[in-house]
Design a protein around this ligand. Sequence first.
Ligand SMILES: Cc1ncc(COP(=O)(O)O)c(C=O)c1O
Length: 503
Amino acid sequence: MPAHSPGLLAGNPPPRWGAPGDDLAAPSTGAASADPGPGPGPREHFMSASAAPACRTPERQRHVAALLPVVGGGLEVPLADGRSVVEYTNLDYAASAPALAAVAARVEEVLPYYSSVHRGAGWTSQISTRLYEASRARVAHFLGARADDVLVFTRNTTDALNLLASAVPVGSGDVLVLEIEHHANLLPWLARPHRVLPVAGTLQRTLVALEQALAATPTALLAVTGASNVTGEELPIAHLAALAHTYGARIVVDGAQLAPHRRIDLQAAGVDYLALSGHKLYAPYGAGALVGRRDWLDVAQPYLAGGGAVRAVEVGSVQWAPAPARHEAGTPNVLGAVALAAACQTLAALPAGALEVHEERLRDRLVAGLRQLDGVRVQRLWDDCPSSIGVVTFTVDGYDPGLVAAVLSAEHGIGVRDGKFCAHPLLSRLGLEEGAVRASLGVGSSSDDVDRLLAALGSLVEVGPAREYHLVEGRWAPVHDRRALPSWLAGAPSGGPSPCQGA
Ligand SMILES: Cc1ncc(COP(=O)(O)O)c(C=O)c1O
């Protein structure tokens, strides 16, 4: 196993993926970074924001505009009375974020060139191949990948983590996970030697327990989330990477929630692998990624067997290609890769720290407002966790979470998520066997979105729902729901209950 010294954090950084000069450029190697690196942490930004020239408007009342335009901003949706139409308040970014306008424009621009990748001699095939590989380089660069890292395009985070689970060398030790993980970062490890560590009452004590667990048993891989999809609390990934390496383990960060909310620099943080989903990173075109150390992925059993993953095939023998091709059998999702790269490029162009400041203002406003509402309880794991992304989970006394979400949608045109968020052990740890409600923010969110949610919850808490609700296939729905589907969807079957909602 190669050495992974925490000294990476201090010494001269080794080379990393170069910035592609333009979107058709082939990946370069070792060129200096053009993207701004990750800015200072959110606390520092918050302090510098409050040190700005004195402003009489209290922070909570100041309008916070959306940071970037998204597709669907300003969309109007019907209410259950069938007469009213309101602007949609999307507070469900953590499930799937809307496309950035820049991403949609990029996809539209390249769509005429869309063609087969890697195999065609036609001009559009050549363009598509260049686009696909340039997208790989751009995403890797955005994430601060090292020059010798590999980036495999996957369908999403779940796919990326399953791929890595299949690549951990047999006999190299356990996989260690925390109980707070999304099922995508829990279930793939269960098929191999693993330990699931309960969290302690503070982050500090959890880190101590984690170190003890690493010291106690040989560990191949520490698999942790960068930020909880339930409480939004951030894990100190650079510290965890250093800890893992001290005990000879590698670390994979589930970046599904972290990547859309914070700049990540794999090399600076010493993280070995990162998994993410394009549809949470403003690129809903079906691509995700696993990026990190090449050696395990170069020799692992190909994730899918098929065309594109091989060097040569004879009946009875196969010469597999190295990664990334080894794990990308079948026709690749070129538009998904282009969209993901365009999202990374757009986020990279934001001024350093802008993402964090925007989100912290909105999150603070939301949490402060929720805390003022009678019977509304914001859920957190740790009082000593210094930083959280724009994901806030809460309960409302006396109301089933599914009913709260249904009222917000039917009476106010607000979209939130309810249930157990595919993190059942974490919900149990929080004592939320009935689930909870989650509001999540992103670059398209403004203070108007937050204020609308607070006003709607205030009205629910004070006077109750305006309509009657009943359970339909396990989900709350208004009685006499008069919302009409768009004409192009009329007659489509209903989606049915989500498998992740159930107890
Ligand atoms: C922290 C976390 N990890 C993994 C996933 C799985 O992502 P996907 O469904 O895109 O594979 C999610 C999705 O909500 C998530 O929040």
